[in-house]
Design a protein around this ligand. Sequence first.
Ligand code: NAP
Length: 236
Amino acid sequence: MAEKILITGVSSGLGHGLAKAYLEQGATVYGCSRRKPDDLIEAGLHYQSVDLLDAEHGQKAFEELIHDVSRFDAVILNAAKLGEIRDMADTPLDDLRGTMEINVWANKWLLDTIYSSGKTVKQVVAISSGASISGSRGWNGYSLSKAALNMLIKLYAGERPETHFTSLAPGLVDTEMQDYLTNLPADDRFKPLDILKAAKGTEKMPDGDRCAKMLIEIFPKLLERESGEFTDIRKM
Ligand SMILES: NC(=O)c1ccc[n+]([C@@H]2O[C@H](COP(=O)([O-])OP(=O)(O)OC[C@H]3O[C@@H](n4cnc5c(N)ncnc54)[C@H](OP(=O)(O)O)[C@@H]3O)[C@@H](O)[C@H]2O)c1
């Protein structure tokens, strides 16, 4: 029986790469995002447009997407917003709230929607970030939200022993997120920008397709680790 995989944020970057690679392997893949990935839909992706910032409408669209599935082999919570790199004092509260909504609370209602309809899930991987622990100046809402995501995943792991949970930092990935970061002017306040600019275009920053293939190899190995753990792929 083909594996059933659910991925959020399939329109670009890592999520697009994951969906493509799983489809190529013959898995049945379910995905959502705001922008429609026509190429993946043509390749067989089950797709719904879902805005994770809009819990009310988003949840209904998400329910439709997963309605006919009783078991997922993997749920990959990948969608996220980076937000602007700037000082915390210059970051409007509403901006931080929006980032938390997409990167943390949406993952709560996505998981609750899956479980409340009686579906079973073998493995949940939430795509986290080194920023969840580094606390680099300027990464504000993104760092806060990824730190909270790590804890959200640990809390669900305690409630759901039948599912294996991991928050996984995927390393640097050459995606739209990195296009934004690496095109920012160098700024002494925001030191990681220099590292990212130097890594862009090198093997230290594989594109979404390459990173996805590495992650798909790693996901089964995560099952040997404690459920609820935060892991950085660079330290495995
Ligand atoms: N790139 C890196 O170096 C890096 C490093 C560490 C961790 N990560 C993590 O890797 C994951 C993938 O990021 P990426 O680099 O591939 O970024 P990306 O290319 O910007 O992709 C982000 C995805 O999230 C979706 N998304 C964003 N806001 C959404 C919303 N309101 N509703 C629904 N979907 C939404 C986007 O779809 P739409 O815009 O179509 O809605 C898109 O498919 C994220 O969790 C990110 O934090 C990335």
